[in-house]
Design a protein around this ligand. Structure first.
Ligand SMILES: [Zn+2]
Length: 264
């Protein structure tokens, strides 16, 4: 069960499956509550370039980072790394001992893999799936922005491959957590049998609905992650717009909530 921590100054959710590894990795799924943005981005939008004044986004990111560092890291400061997510299959590798990217927001990238413990990774979503991949054995962290376009490119499987190739991760050690995102209940396409390649037709039901939660789980299993180590939040953003942003439900004019994780 996805757990809400509402007693803190800023509400957030956590995955129970990561709890045994809290000495290795800290994480929080923030909501749309806690920031300073005004409607239609109210209040905790962390994405630039979607109409919310940049000054608000910067302030929200500062609030999020300071809260995370205070809540989980004894207020020690980290560098917050994000990406200008573009529904690509591009994966940034952030290796310990190497120079950090010139800008803290990496261009044209939708996933990160790292073994560093001096950074925090931010994924920004509103219906797309925010996914945390943790290998507690090698202490390697992957974070993915997995929209349906990303799913078609198997960015999840590719991220697992990068974790293996760069840091020697065995997929059977990975714990994978899929956060709030649009569920099969609300994910309609006009004509999915035409819009999606044949490999995804098994996820179409009622003619127009598609279950990308099942697709993500299958891609992880295909990549070697054991099914018992995959946790679904099972929380549909479109059904919970009071707590999360939903790009579709809110007619494409809304913010993006943040999912943050970092190795300790
Ligand atoms: Zn739904």
């Amino acid at each position: 069960m996805f757990v809400k921590i509402a007693s803190s100054e800023i509400p957030y959710y956590q995955f129970p499956m990561l709890e045994p590894y809290s000495s290795v990795c800290k994480h929080a799924i923030f909501t749309r509550v806690g920031g300073i943005s005004e409607a239609p981005f109210s209040t905790f939008n962390v994405r630039y370039g979607i109409g919310d004044p940049a000054v608000n986004v910067t302030k929200n990111r500062q609030i999020m980072q300071l809260f995370f560092e205070h809540e989980f890291l004894d207020s020690s400061s980290r560098v917050l790394i994000s990406a200008n997510q573009t529904h690509s299959d591009h994966i940034a590798v952030l290796a310990h001992g190497e120079a950090l990217p010139e800008r803290n927001e990496i261009d044209d990238t939708d996933a990160f893999v790292t073994n560093r413990n001096d950074i925090l990774l931010l994924i920004q979503v509103a219906d797309c799936q925010p996914i945390i991949l943790l290998d507690p054995v090698t202490k390697t962290l992957g974070m993915v922005h997995n929209g349906w376009r990303g799913a078609l490119q198997d960015i999840l499987g590719k991220t697992v491959s990068v974790m293996r190739d760069e840091f020697g991760v065995d997929a059977k050690d990975i714990v994978a957590c899929i956060g709030p995102s649009i569920g099969p209940c609300c994910h309609y396409f006009t004509d999915p049998a035409r819009e999606l390649p044949a490999g995804f037709h098994q996820y179409i039901f009622n003619e127009k609905q598609v279950d990308f939660w099942a697709a993500a789980k299958d891609q992880l299993i295909e990549a070697g992650v054991p099914a018992r180590q995959i946790e679904m939040s099972n929380m549909c953003t479109s059904d919970h717009v009071n707590e999360f942003y939903s790009y579709r439900r809110e007619n494409h004019l809304t913010g993006r909530f943040g999912v943050v994780a970092g190795l300790v």
